[in-house]
Design a protein around this ligand. Structure first.
Ligand SMILES: *[C@@H]1O[C@H](CO)[C@@H](O)[C@H](O)[C@H]1NC(C)=O
Ligand SMILES: CC(=O)N[C@H]1CO[C@H](CO)[C@@H](O)[C@@H]1O
Length: 394
């Protein structure tokens, strides 16, 4: 086999791993900027944009599924091409991730593009959580089970594995991901203070900089009613203006409003109420279980003898796990729901975003991956049917 690359093709970013080099992350979108009207920025070209206000996103994914192939192709062409990775596709093998519950038509288009257009030597299609399971297994020899919690951009999935084999009937999905959280923050701020509905890029940064998971929701709500310095939740966030201020930031210490040029938004309840949606989707009218309930539900569908092992090996992946207190809160909620005699143990990887991709790189170094590749010749002989057989629920 030639060079192998891992493409964790997420709805908001591509995570790309090559053997013996660092994993890189590229936006999976095309952007249009208000200030540079005639220009499209494909993926990481956005790094060269000077003004991120009113940035318009064109995404290949909608509601978690790849639907805009033209946009996806432009992003892949750019990232694989000479300006970025400069891949020799026809001399490489590629592991590509796809969402859970993907559509057959999307899988077929994927096979066709990677074999017929990019002419990869062999491909392997799998779910990102499967790669995470391989990583977890490798890092925790002796453990046969794990539950991968993937808090992605469009959804959150809970996927238990036994000996790296997905327990399909136990997979659980919550329709909350990073995108919904950012949208909710935009709506709340637009309703209460300042119209920011077009400021996805900036508000996503506000979310990442200022939001946290509450360890005491009612207590934090009470704190938010206090005035002045006693309201220790309150933060003022200085928005970027792209002349003096290139990136927004939290203003240090409590300040009384000034007449300065800075444009600020005042954050209180939304700092913790936004991530709380992951724990209580019903807060925003989504009639689904919260994260801890969903994990317990998923584990209850696994065979009884594996359940204690599942609860001891829960691994957190995806960008929305990065909120402050995320792990502690989930641990507490699970502790409350699980039977007393069972241990609960959660792992927060150093980088929950690239974890699946790291797992893919690990897997390519083992023999167990061999049987899962499908070569170009096999595709030319067996077509889509060969792919469907080969990539059935890995
Ligand atoms: C890959 O493509 C390049 C450029 O089209 C060509 O020169 C090279 O021979 C091809 N390699 C293989 C293994 O087909
Ligand atoms: C290649 C592969 O295994 N894809 C799977 C991803 O997960 C969904 C549901 O769990 C499966 O239907 C796909 O086949």
């Amino acid at each position: 086999l030639g060079n192998t690359i891992i493409l964790d093709n997420g709805a908001s970013s591509l995570k790309i791993g090559k053997v013996d080099s660092q994993i890189s992350i590229y936006p999976n979108s095309i952007f249009r900027s208000k200030s540079e009207r005639r220009k499209n920025f494909v993926s990481n070209q956005i790094d060269g944009c000077k003004d991120y206000s009113s940035l318009f996103y064109v995404l290949p994914f909608q509601k978690g599924y790849l639907v805009n192939w033209d946009v996806q192709r432009q992003v892949w062409d750019h990232v694989f091409g000479k300006d970025v990775l400069n891949l020799k596709c026809n001399e490489s093998n590629i592991v590509i991730t796809e969402p859970h519950f993907n559509f057959g038509s999307i899988q077929e288009a994927m096979n066709e593009i990677f074999f017929e257009e990019y002419e990869f030597q062999s491909i392997l299609r799998t779910n990102a959580s499967t790669l995470s399971s391989h990583k977890y297994n490798n890092d925790n020899p002796g453990e046969e089970c794990c539950v991968v919690v993937d808090c992605g951009y469009s959804f959150t999935h809970i996927v238990p594995y036994h000996k790296n084999v997905k327990v399909s009937e136990a997979v659980c999905r919550i329709d909350v991901g990073g995108k919904l959280l950012t949208n909710h923050l935009k709506e709340v701020i637009s309703y209460r203070q300042l119209q920011v509905m077009d400021e996805t890029y900036v508000m996503n940064q506000v979310k990442e900089d200022a939001c946290y998971v509450s360890m005491d929701f009612n207590g934090d709500m009470e704190t938010c009613k206090l005035k002045g310095k006693d309201n220790i939740v309150l933060r003022d966030y200085v928005l970027p203006d792209y002349t003096q201020i290139k990136r927004g930031y939290i203003k240090v210490g409590y300040t009384t409003p000034t007449k300065s040029q800075e444009q600020m938004i005042r954050l209180t309840v939304e700092r913790f109420a936004v991530p709380e949606i992951l724990f209580h989707p019903s807060d925003v009218g989504i009639p689904q279980m919260g994260l801890a309930e969903a994990i317990m539900h998923s584990v209850s569908k696994c065979s009884e003898d594996t359940q204690p092992h599942m609860l001891r090996n829960i691994v957190l992946t995806g960008g929305s796990c990065k909120f402050l207190n995320f792990k502690q809160r989930l641990e507490e909620d699970l502790r409350r729901l699980a039977p007393d005699h069972l241990d609960i143990c959660l792992t927060m990887p150093e980088n929950p975003v690239t974890y699946a991709c790291e797992g893919g790189l690990r897997w390519t170094k083992t023999n167990t991956i061999r049987e899962h590749w499908l070569t170009l010749e096999e595709y030319q002989e067996g077509g889509q049917a060969a792919c469907a057989r080969q990539f059935y629920d890995i």
